[in-house]
Design a protein around this ligand. Sequence first.
Ligand SMILES: *Cc1c(COP(=O)(O)O)cnc(C)c1O
Length: 351
Amino acid sequence: MDIKALVRESIWNLQGYSSARHEYDGVADIFLDANENPYQSEINRYPDPFQLKLKDRLSEIKHIVPDRIFIGNGSDEAIDLIIRIFCEPDKDNIIIFPPTYGMYKVSADINNVKTIKSSLTADYQINTSDALSKINAHTKVAFICSPNNPTGNIMKRSDVLHFIKNFNGITVIDEAYIDFSDGPGYSDWIDQNPGLIILQTLSKAWGAAGIRLGIAMSNEVVIGLLNKVKPPYNVNSLSQQRALEVLSDEADFNARVNQIKRERERVAESLLSMELVRKVHPSEANFLLVEMDRAAQLFRYLREKGVVIRDRTRTHLCNDCLRITIGLPQENDRLLEEIGIFDNQESANKP
Ligand SMILES: *Cc1c(COP(=O)(O)O)cnc(C)c1O
């Protein structure tokens, strides 16, 4: 695949901003190069624009060389940058697979880039023949979310592979929830597929949504483009520091992920025993998509009780569905208790 042919010409030719910290990478005691103020402590210096310490650590965890990692202000920043690098406004388009994460289309809209939609099948898988028939010469980027938000399932590998092999564009696989999945994900495909970008994040399984730390993994050419287009200091120093702390304890991380997965199964089973629940969709993420009677009413009832979940009843292919994030065991207990009360009231009211 010819990456250069897919990139907007102005971006390929762009001379990126060269920051003071970028130009000097040796060892020194006195920094008088960046117009910083010498009197504050700890935060008076600009952050490392390429987050090298953090990439070294991520490299160990993800088993990929640092030059194949991009770090963004959340993966939402990477989504926007990818659209801006590859899609000429008012000319190119992206393809998405609804129901899916909302930011792909929002970012495309902001950039005046059209969005082609190829609906998932009834069991939430990619319809590859539909997708391949809808793309055209201006389709530059495909966003595949696996495990998918809001449905929770992973996409079949044979479908993803078939799509990638037949799509002359950039395929982004958003793996925000991959650590909750039993599947291996797609990061080991980067070598063989030059148009592939994998997105991950510290916001979900790592429990650090507040520091805004997103990860893109791809080949060196694509990572170089992301680095060139990003704001020079896109990840602040407090976030970089905190991310290193968060990533230092893998044992703790694994324990918490396993706990959430166990709770996910417990909550799913409990929900299934309730009369109003019609279906709990199988999930490889930290949430459940639940189809039930009187979903919109239950959503409002729970909100009045101080329990907020996500109403997906108006989402494509998610009729009568609510999306429930797995919380602490005691939070999940409260949720189940309130749904139980609502369920009993409902059955009592039945003629
Ligand atoms: C939550 C979520 C993200 C957001 O990631 P940030 O790193 O917090 O920006 C990305 N993709 C999907 C599918 C998500 O659900």
